[in-house]
Design a protein around this ligand. Structure first.
Ligand code: LLP
Length: 421
């Protein structure tokens, strides 16, 4: 696609704004996103589904910043939420409530109530126990809760174990063998209205095969459930499509959707309404994180490059040993490139952003950490009493601050000084 983040005239730009200009204006660490990249990612999914009855529901856990959710909602996406907090953000971002689906294994009664009152499109229910509670909460409110059961197709998505969710031993979903029985039970509960079926097998999936395996397993269930007299209005195939961090070659949304549609058509389910819940593939490569080099600490074994972004801003390397590109905003030729472990200031050995990276840098230089649009800011923490970074959205030659940098006062706003003696 179009290079929304690219070098021009010796420096790195996001669309038509040099990143160095934004770093100077807003300080670092700084997340910068491209609006055109967000829109192109949404369009890729939507065009793949053109002519079908389908809805893309952005899994906002990937990046729940209001302006990012707004941009995707304005591009026609619904939203997949997993908490009352995400519900409030989604509504604040202006999504039509019937385009919200609510996933997650631990919905509270209060969250269910709020979602029912908002009139969301579907609860993706993950256990029999949750069915009972949702039924009770809906009847208390005098409404019927629209539900899908999230079924666990027991397929291996062949991704990192922490982000694989479709295996029998994961905590997610209702086991394939128990699904028909659970559907019979759901259909008999007066507070529930069965509307669909749902599955999600994992994240950062880079091949089509596990999706087709899961689809086949789910269609077997669909046929059994409908033969039992329970109509399923939609089929939610979850999210999980991977992006390129470092040489991966994931299918495009187009290729994935085409393969799924072909299988649906072949099995006589071509007319069915489809939902998808992509997160990473909508936002991951739409953002970078700019960080400043603080210190060079060459050593006998390793050379450490200490930057001002850390695991609290970019948790993926520490949590999953994930690889993110690290590149200078202004490449220099006056210094030799040597191999560095790029680390943050947080007091943990696990606080690294990249290992063994060849870079020519000096203190004061800026670096961009790539593919930082998904699961970075939304997973950021305050560890070491570090405020969350600022975020900027770029559109052409214009830019807007969409999250101001947190101050220390923001961090302890809810705390109370010691009053006991
Ligand atoms: N739907 C459900 C029910 C999910 O649990 C998830 C992600 C998605 C959709 C969106 O998946 P995506 O399209 O973004 O792969 N923090 C990890 C990823 C955790 C994914 C959790 N669930 C990471 O940084 O790699």
């Amino acid at each position: 696609g179009a290079p929304y983040v690219a070098y021009r005239d010796g420096e790195l730009w996001v669309e038509d704004v040099p990143l160095a200009q934004l770093a100077r204006e807003h300080g670092t660490p700084l997340f910068v996103y491209s609006l055109a990249a967000l829109r192109a990612a949404a369009a890729a999914w939507q065009q793949a589904l053109a002519g079908r009855d389908a809805q893309v529901c952005y899994a906002m856990k990937a990046n729940s910043t209001l302006a990012i959710v707004q941009a995707l909602v304005q591009a026609g996406c619904g939203v997949d939420i997993v908490s009352g907090g995400e519900l409030a953000r989604a509504l604040r971002a202006g999504v039509a409530p019937d385009r919200i689906v609510f996933s997650g294994v631990g919905k509270t009664r209060a969250e269910m109530r709020a979602a029912l009152q908002a009139g969301i499109g579907c609860f993706n229910v993950e256990s029999r126990a949750e069915l009972e509670v949702l039924d009770a909460v809906a009847r208390e409110l005098g409404v019927r809760a629209p539900v899908s059961l999230r079924v666990n197709p027991d397929v291996d998505a062949q991704t990192h174990p922490y982000i694989s969710t479709g295996l029998r031993d994961n905590k997610f979903g209702i086991a394939h063998d128990e699904a028909l029985d659970a559907y019979r039970h759901a259909a008999a509960l007066p507070g529930l209205q069965v509307v669909g079926i749902d599955c999600h097998i994992g994240s950062q999936i880079t091949t089509i095969a596990p999706y087709l395996d899961a689809l086949d397993r789910v269609l077997d269930l669909v046929e059994a459930i409908e033969a039992d007299g329970i109509a399923l209005h939609h089929l939610d195939l979850g999210g999980g499509l991977g992006i390129e961090y470092h040489g991966e070659q994931p299918p495009t949304p187009q290729a994935l959707v085409q393969a799924l549609l072909a299988r649906l058509d072949a099995r006589g389910h071509g007319g069915r309404r489809l939902l998808f819940e992509p997160g990473r593939s909508l936002v991951g490569n739409a953002g970078v994180c700019v960080t400043e080099v603080l210190y060079l600490k060459p050593g006998t074994g390793k050379n450490f490059l200490i930057v001002d972004a850390a695991m609290n801003d970019l948790p993926r390397p520490a949590m999953y040993e994930a690889w993110h590109a690290i590149a200078p905003l202004r490449p220099r030729s006056d210094l030799p490139a040597i191999e560095w472990d790029v680390v943050g200031p947080v007091c943990e050995s696990g606080d690294w952003l990249g290992r063994g990276r060849r870079l020519a840098v000096q203190p004061g230089d800026w670096l961009a950490v790539g593919s930082a649009g998904a699961y970075c800011m939304s997973m950021a923490s305050h560890y070491n009493t570090r405020g969350k970074a600022a975020e900027v959205l770029v559109a052409g030659a214009r830019s807007q601050l969409i999250r101001a940098r947190e101050t220390v006062a923001d961090l302890w706003r809810q705390e109370r000084v010691l009053a006991l003696d």
